[in-house]
Ligand binder design. Structure first.
Ligand code: PAF
Length: 276
C-alpha cells in the first residue's frame, strides 16, 4: 500500500473492530532478523503492519543510500510466509512532500558519543521518519531489533517524550551460525571480509565474559579493540555503556552493562552489541 488515504481507511476499519495494531518499521532488504520482528509483532497484536521505506534523511551524502538493496518484490514475497496484514511502502514524495521543513532532533540517548559521533545526521533522520510512521499508523506497539541498540533507546525515548501512545517492544538480535549479526549490509561483504566479520561478535562475547568474571573494564576493552583491529577492521568504537542510559561506565557495579561496537571492513560498516 502506497498512499495515506488507503492506509487510513484500512486502519480505521481495524480500529472499528477494536483490533490492536503492531508496526514493524523497516527499510526493506528483509532478512531473517526482520522476519523475527514480524513474528513477534504477530504474537503481540491482532494486526501487523510492516513499513518498508528506504529513508533518505538518515543517510549522509557519502553513505550507502544509492547502493542500499532495493528489492521490494522479494521483500513482499518473504512477508507472505509470516502474518503480515499490511505492507506500508510510501514513496519518498508521500513521506516528504515538496516543501517538507520539519525535523525531530532527539537528545538523551541520541547524544552519547556512539553512532551519533560517527553518523551525526543519523538519529534526526530516524527520529523524524519514525515519528511520522507512528503518527501515520498509530500502532499500539512497534517492534525494533536490539541489533541497533542505540536506535532502540532513541525511539523508546521519542515515543515517550512525544506522547505517541505506542509502546516500543525490543526483539533479540538474530545471528548467523558463526555469530555474525544479521544485517542488510552483510550483503556488501566480499568473501574474505565475510570470513573476518564474525570476529566482532567473538570479541564482544569474550569481553562480556571477562568483565562478568571481574576483569577491569578498561583493560578488557583495550584488548578487545586490539583484537578487532588485528582482524583487519577499522574500529569506530568498542565501548561499555549503561544498558539503559548509554552513559559511560567504568566499573561493573555501575551496570547493567551493554557492550557496543562499530567497525568497518573495507567499505562496509558493521555494528553489534551484547549484554554483560
Ligand atoms: O532500523 C531501520 O531499519 C531504520 O533505521 C528504521 C527504524 C526503519 C527507520 O528508517
Amino acid at each position: 500500500m502506497h498512499n495515506l488515504p488507503a492506509l487510513n481507511r484500512t486502519l480505521a476499519l481495524w480500529r472499528s473492530h477494536r483490533d490492536t495494531i503492531a508496526l514493524v518499521p523497516t527499510m526493506g532488504a528483509l532478512h531473517a532478523g526482520h522476519i523475527s520482528l514480524v513474528k513477534l509483532a504477530g504474537r503481540r497484536a491482532d494486526r501487523v503492519v510492516v513499513s518498508i521505506f528506504l529513508n533518505p534523511t538518515q543517510f549522509a551524502p557519502h553513505e550507502d543510500f544509492t547502493n542500499y538493496p532495493r528489492i521490494l518484490r522479494r521483500d513482499i514475497s518473504q512477508l507472505t510466509a509470516v502474518k503480515t496484514d499490511l505492507v506500508w511502502s510510501p514513496s519518498v514524495e508521500t513521506m516528504y512532500r515538496s516543501g517538507f521543513a520539519t525535523r525531530v532532533v532527539p537528545e538523551g540517548p541520541a547524544m552519547v558519543g556512539l553512532e551519533d559521533a560517527f553518523r551525526p545526521h543519523f538519529f534526526s533522520g530516524v527520529a523524524t521518519v519514525v515519528a511520522k510512521l507512528f503518527i501515520q499508523c498509530r500502532p499500539d506497539i512497534a517492534v525494533f531489533g536490539e541489533k541497533d541498540y542505540q536506535q532502540l533507546k532513541v525511539v523508546t525515548q521519542l515515543a515517550r517524550d512525544l506522547d505517541l501512545n505506542t509502546r516500543v517492544v525490543s526483539a533479540p538480535t538474530i545471528r548467523e551460525r558463526d555469530g555474525l549479526a544479521l544485517s542488510s549490509r552483510n550483503a556488501y561483504l566480499s568473501t574474505q571480509e565475510r570470513t573476518a566479520a564474525p570476529v566482532l561478535y567473538r570479541v564482544l562475547s569474550d569481553c562480556a565474559r571477562s568483565i562478568a568474571a571481574g576483569g577491569p573494564i578498561n583493560r578488557v576493552l583495550e584488548d578487545g579493540r586490539a583484537a578487532i583491529a588485528g582482524a583487519g577492521f577499522a574500529l569506530d568504537y568498542l565501548e561499555a555503556r549503561h544498558a539503559d542510559t548509554l552513559a559511560p561506565i567504568s566499573a561493573r557495579r555501575e551496570g547493567p552493562i551493554r557492550l557496543l561496537v562499530a567497525a568497518r571492513l573495507g567499505k562496509t560498516r558493521l555494528i553489534d552489541n551484547v549484554a554483560v
